[in-house]
Design a protein around this ligand. Structure first.
Ligand code: FAD
Length: 537
């Protein structure tokens, strides 16, 4: 069942009116992966729920991760067995729900010698056992000519062996969008650009939220029997609106990624390299680019979004030289992104050592807060938060017998075959069809039926994607479309500057922007694109 107006951006006014008129069972604050997952889990169980997002869906950390749905091999080494077990289970689940958003990929662990290889193999074997990894997904080891064929770029003088195991590649922002839409299809509502500015209380109990529309400036109250705070790096700020302290404090850990052209770093395989300070730096080939990440450093102020520094870029380049013999230069970067891990404080531990586990807290006034966690475990986190909210409002929490695929996830063949099939109806290059399937899955045809013209000659983005983003995915700004719907700013950065005008043109017509609004949107995005390459020294 599709509720009301879904996410059609042109019907926002009506959606806001409905939000004010209705008394919801549940209000969810924050439209990252945690909040999006909660909307879906709540709506599938028959709760009337609304998700309220201050900026755009996935505009926080959930568009800035390494984009791996991973079993957490790293956490095994830290002794966090339950995290590994749960992550492996959830990884399978996400793959079933949306195969295009959890694509199995081999991840290469290069080893400097036999001792190191053995160490990796022991770890990976234990990890596969704990995660009950399927036979076809089990690791294998390579050396010599076989390794050369698998990844010709690897410097075998330094790394003569490799253990290769399975990880799953996602697109974080698209995963958020799929969950938001699944929540709406199950009867929920979701609004972006609507900031929670206060708690609405009756007899000292939280019974709703005060919100301000970021587009009109209008403020009003949305009422609900339960409120869940899923604001990621900002959960503490939301708790302060409740006027009550959180049981534990948060620590924010900054992580950055940079994107370079595939011809500067022509890797074939995803690689897990190890930095000089013994941290993982992933190298992920994607389309015509490869991205590298990440870092893990303390970030003090959630009010200030972190910037990428020149030193951090150099830090990510170092393993590239050691593993591939390639010296990258800052000028090679096409773009970058920085995110904040919302971690729960643990005494005496650095950000690298803090567990990534999540916790659910209930305040005296009845505000449910969910903190910590990872993209990979979002579904389970969402379930836990909804269970707690159900206890609070006296709603029977039920385990779902049947899990519906996420929008675009109804896929019964390989992604490669899906891409080939797509080209039968919509003639296009292989790279274009692969990109479409990775982003939109089984809905690619519907997207292209709204427009199948490439926005640039031989470009990767189609006009139908802009129409789809407006009609089905609540895109309100040029930034929403370029950064989080089409993902062009990340995966097609060479095109993104040129895409600004054609996308703005379509949006202006469809959303009735006047020339000043259009100019503002273009200026803002151009500023963002420039800032992505302006590394602070
Ligand atoms: P967010 O995505 O930040 O969402 C919170 C939302 O709340 C934001 O959209 C924000 O705008 C909104 N909000 C804030 N204040 C208000 C308000 N007042 N009113 C309304 N809305 C509000 N995990 C993995 O599983 N795999 C990975 O590969 C991986 N890589 C990572 C790499 C990096 C560099 C980082 C930083 C994290 C990585 N993670 C990874 C972790 C994962 O990305 C995060 O745990 C997850 O995205 C957090 O999601 P969230 O919804 O809790 O927070």
């Amino acid at each position: 069942m599709v509720s009301g107006m879904g996410l059609d951006s042109s019907l926002r006014e009506q959606l806001l009116k409905e939000a004010q008129a209705e008394q919801f069972d549940l209000i969810v604050i924050g439209g990252g992966i945690t909040g999006a997952g909660i909307l879906r889990e709540a709506s599938l169980r028959g709760l009337s729920a609304i998700l309220v997002e201050a900026e755009d869906f996935a505009s926080g950390t959930s568009s800035k991760s390494t984009k791996l749905i991973h079993g957490g091999l790293r956490y095994l080494a830290m002794g966090h067995i339950h995290v590994v077990r749960e992550a492996a289970r959830e990884r399978k689940r996400v793959h079933e729900l949306a195969p295009h958003l959890a694509e199995p990929r081999w991840l290469m662990l290069p080893a400097a010698n036999r001792f190191e290889l053995t160490k990796y193999v022991v770890g990976v074997t234990a990890y596969e056992k704990l995660g009950q990894v399927a036979k076809q997904d089990k690791h294998f080891n390579l050396s010599g000519a076989e390794l050369e064929k698998f990844e010709p770029l690897l410097d075998q003088n330094n790394f003569p062996h490799a253990c290769v195991y399975r990880e799953y590649l996602t697109d974080d922002a698209r995963l958020v969008m799929a969950n938001v839409r699944a929540g709406i299809q199950a009867g929920g509502k979701a609004v972006n650009k609507l900031r929670v500015t206060g708690m609405y209380k009756e007899q000292n109990r939280v019974r709703g939220v005060e919100v301000t529309c970021q587009l009109s400036g209008e403020s009003f109250v949305i009422k609900g029997r339960g409120v869940i705070n899923a604001a990621g790096p900002w959960v503490e700020q939301i708790c302060s609106l409740d006027g009550l302290p959180m049981p534990k404090s948060m620590v924010l850990s900054k992580g950055i990624h940079v994107v370079v052209p595939a011809d500067k770093l022509p890797v074939k395989q995803m690689t897990f390299s190890v930095s000089l300070d013994d941290r993982p730096v992933f190298i992920v080939p994607r389309g015509n680019t490869a991205y590298l990440g990440t870092t893990d450093t303390l970030h003090k102020d959630a009010e200030v979004w972190p910037e990428v520094t020149a030193a951090e870029v150099e830090y990510l380049f170092e393993p590239i030289k050691r593993y591939y013999g390639i010296q990258l230069d800052r000028q090679d970067c096409l773009t970058s992104w920085a995110g904040l891990r919302p971690l729960i404080f643990e005494t005496g531990k650095s950000t690298k050592e803090i567990s990534r586990k999540d916790e659910v807290w209930l305040s005296e006034s009845g505000l449910v807060t969910i903190a910590g966690g990872k993209l990979t475990g979002y579904r389970k986190m969402a379930e836990d938060a909804v269970r707690k909210a159900c206890e609070l409002i006296g709603f029977k929490f039920e385990t779902l017998d049947l899990d519906e695929p996420l929008p675009g996830g109804d896929i019964s063949t390989s992604l490669r075959q899906c891409a080939l099939d797509l080209t039968q109806s919509f003639p296009m290059e292989d790279k274009q069809s692969e990109r479409m399937i990775q982003l939109y899955g089984a809905e690619s045809r519907e997207v292209l039926s709204k427009g199948k013209e490439s926005l640039l000659p031989n470009g990767s983005v189609f006009d139908g994607e802009v129409a789809w983003a407006i009609e089905e995915e609540g895109a309100q700004s040029l930034e929403d479309v370029l950064y989080r719907r089409t993902r062009a700013a990340l995966y097609s950065p060479v095109e993104s500057l040129e895409l600004v005008d054609p996308i703005a043109e379509i949006m202006a017509v469809r959303l009735g922007w006047n020339p000043e609004r259009k100019e503002r949107e273009v200026a803002k995005v151009n500023q963002l694109l420039a800032a992505d390459l302006d590394f602070r020294s």
